[in-house]
Design a protein around this ligand. Structure first.
Ligand code: SF4
Length: 262
């Protein structure tokens, strides 16, 4: 099978005016790992000390959350489930309640799973919890196929927990959809959902810059303050809450279909 040349367009859009405040074209197949760089660009363009970044689940990665936190960016993105337990009809991790005062998990049978050890999973340090009563538990068939159910907790799990709590207070994914998809869909419509005209990463980045500029100027038609303020940096900053959102690849294209299309 022949290789297909593809480009992955990343944009950061402010929630107030739907302007593209930062964009990038990469040839990375997946979106994981893109968030810290784009968040830094957006933060610089907005000129805020701290911002919130809303991204879809394709961007979820623990190390990216940490990197963003370190530069003053609070990420809101759905956590992706990497466990097969729920898909196979057993209890998902969400039914195990963490009790921070005792550093234990309470399982669906009411047993306490204490901390046992730490382990490395790639770049992440994970704390592992289990109890010794699993072999005789009446719920074992719904819980684990192993000797006991082991629950893993990332050392920076409070970062994820506070993100999840924050996401429950706002409709983050609706904000992302209404914000980031607006310019993206308009650009696609203007292009006719066709290929980039240029070839090569450098040329495609330039072409995407032109699309971004065209969007910015068309946005001036409905934003009086954009018409009045000629300074690009100044008019990209007015997002009152400093929230921006980013789309991933167009919904109608899979990663393998991103053959030179927006
Ligand atoms: S198998 Fe173990 S962890 Fe699962 S419900 Fe029973 S006691 Fe709790």
């Amino acid at each position: 099978m022949s290789a297909v040349v593809g480009y992955n367009v990343q944009t950061a859009v402010d929630t107030e005016h739907h302007l593209i405040i930062a964009h990038e074209v990469t040839n990375q197949v997946v979106d994981r790992g893109q968030l810290p760089k784009m968040a830094a660009k957006a933060k610089e363009a907005l000129g805020f000390e701290t911002i919130e970044a809303i991204a879809d689940a394709g961007y979820y990665r623990g190390t990216d959350l940490l990197a963003c936190r370190d530069i003053g960016v609070t990420v809101l993105t759905p956590r992706t489930n990497t466990s097969n337990a729920k898909a196979e009809g057993r209890f998902g991790k969400e039914v195990f309640a963490y009790m921070p005062d005792r550093d234990v998990y309470r399982c669906p049978a009411g047993q306490m799973l204490p901390y046992r050890c730490a382990t490395k999973e790639g770049d992440l340090t994970m704390f592992v919890y289990w109890c010794t009563t699993c072999p005789t538990c009446p719920l074992k068939s719904q819980c684990t196929t192993s000797k006991e159910r082991r629950v893993r907790r990332w050392e920076h799990e409070p970062l994820v927990e506070s993100m999840t709590a924050r996401m429950e207070t706002i409709s983050a994914m609706a904000i992302r959809r209404e914000t980031a998809e607006h310019p993206f869909s308009a650009i696609k419509a203007c292009m006719g959902a066709t290929h980039f005209l240029c070839k090569g990463l450098k040329a495609v980045r330039t072409e995407m810059s032109l699309h971004g500029s065209a969007w910015e100027r068309s946005a001036g038609c409905w934003l009086p303050e954009c018409v009045k303020a000629p300074s690009t940096g100044a008019r990209m900053a007015p997002a009152a809450n400093g929230v921006f959102a980013r789309p991933q690849a167009p919904a109608d294209l899979t990663s393998t279909q991103r053959d030179n299309r927006l």
